[in-house]
Write a protein that binds this ligand. Structure first.
Ligand code: SF4
Length: 384
């Protein structure tokens, strides 16, 4: 362990810091009556599991209102497993990375089978083995460790982004290779307190969120500064090495809004196997290099729906950024000329009045279109 001679040199000051500075208000870390769980006392694995998956790509302050809404709508594993995927996606709308919602829904059925009906309210019947949690879709080693330590106060190590940063600085480890990752996992396993594992892991997360931040860590207030190699010998900001931001490729997308005689709008449900599977969207697709955006819309609607349209007025265009790419959307209102719409590249189609669109789960980019469409239809009193 080098400069860190014994786990207690980290555990003791960190746990003492946590006793005074811990974020004890995080709702899923508390008992149903709002009190802090005692050492070794179990709390709801269901509530923690949902929160941990929401936190995988999203900040705590964004997650909390979503988690509260979720617990109102699906208060138990049984209620979640019986829910329609569409209602689950509707609740997830705005959190992004929708495959997480799909996977939670799939996992709820696997877990219920494991637990048996009516046992899901009893934390002691839930799995406590890391491998079992990791066998569920969308659960990695750190998420599994966090669920087990938070719910059951068992010593399961974690290595999320915050913890990785703290360990990289404590050890002055710059790189991100598989070998380095293995080393950090070993460090996490060595360090975890067997007496207060729940508090220890939470203390690491709280330290990473409030003191050992990505930029300008507040080292003078850090309980670990005496054993932190990056602080003692270097500039902590240099650890771990920053990953180069790759330039995201940009792809143009043409979207066609098709109305029928009743003023209803055509929407389609994405294939279950696709990204954002099960969500609704407006028809359209990628522009090829040699065509205009109007031609793209005509072609895509012919290929996806089997209909012929005349592309009319442009409603809006905007850029939307994803993790690895940017999409530039151009949305036109179209006149439906011929053909009966068929779901040639989707699960199903639906004609919907514009004021009912918000009853369906749409990816974030499509919600921009809806809000512009509502202005166009209702504020501009310009019904297509
Ligand atoms: S001393 Fe600074 S760099 Fe080291 S763990 Fe504490 S906050 Fe992070």
């Amino acid at each position: 362990m080098g400069i860190i001679d014994s786990p207690q040199n980290i555990q003791n000051p960190l746990l003492e810091w946590f006793r005074i500075n811990g974020r004890y208000w995080i709702p899923w870390k508390l008992k149903k009556d709002g009190s802090i769980p005692q050492l070794g006392e179990s709390i709801s694995p269901y509530e923690i599991w949902i929160a941990e998956v929401m936190l995988q790509q999203t900040q705590l302050k964004v997650v909390i209102p979503y988690w509260k809404k979720w617990m109102n709508a699906f208060p138990t594993l049984t209620s979640l497993s019986e829910a329609d995927l569409e209602n689950v996606l509707l609740l997830w709308q705005g959190l992004g990375y929708y495959s997480r919602a799909n996977r939670i829904h799939q996992s709820s059925r696997v877990l219920l089978e494991f637990l048996g009906k009516n046992s899901d309210q009893d934390p002691s019947s839930w799995p406590k083995e890391i491998d079992l949690w990791m066998s569920l879709p969308g659960i990695g080693r750190s998420t599994a460790g966090s669920i087990i330590s938070s719910a059951f106060d068992l010593p399961a190590p974690i290595l999320d982004g915050n913890v990785k940063r703290i360990f990289s600085r404590l050890l002055a480890n710059k790189r991100h290779s598989t070998k380095d990752e293995k080393k950090l996992w070993e460090f996490s396993s060595l360090l975890i307190s067997t007496v207060r594992p729940r508090d220890f892991n939470q203390a690491l997360m709280d330290l990473g969120a409030t003191i050992c931040t990505p930029q300008k860590p507040n080292c003078s207030c850090c309980p670990l500064k005496n054993c932190c190699v990056a602080y003692r010998k270097y500039d902590p900001d240099d650890f771990p090495e920053k990953k180069m931001n790759k330039i995201k490729p940009i792809q143009e997308i043409g979207i066609g809004l098709v109305f029928n005689d009743k003023g209803e709008l055509l929407i389609d449900k994405r294939l279950e196997s696709s990204s954002m599977g099960g969500m609704w969207e407006f028809p359209g697709g990628k522009k090829t290099s040699d065509e205009s955006i109007e031609k793209t819309i005509e072609r895509e609607l012919k290929e996806e729906l089997g209909i012929v349209v005349k592309v009319g007025e442009k409603l809006l265009s905007f850029e939307h950024s994803y993790t690895h790419k940017k999409l530039y959307f151009t949305v036109h209102i179209c006149e439906w000329i011929s053909g009966e719409p068929k779901p040639l590249a989707s699960q199903k189609l639906l004609w919907v009045y514009p004021d009912k669109l918000l009853d369906f789960p749409f990816p974030a980019a499509n919600t921009k279109i809806i809000s512009e469409l509502h202005k166009h239809c209702f504020i501009g009193n310009n019904k297509p």
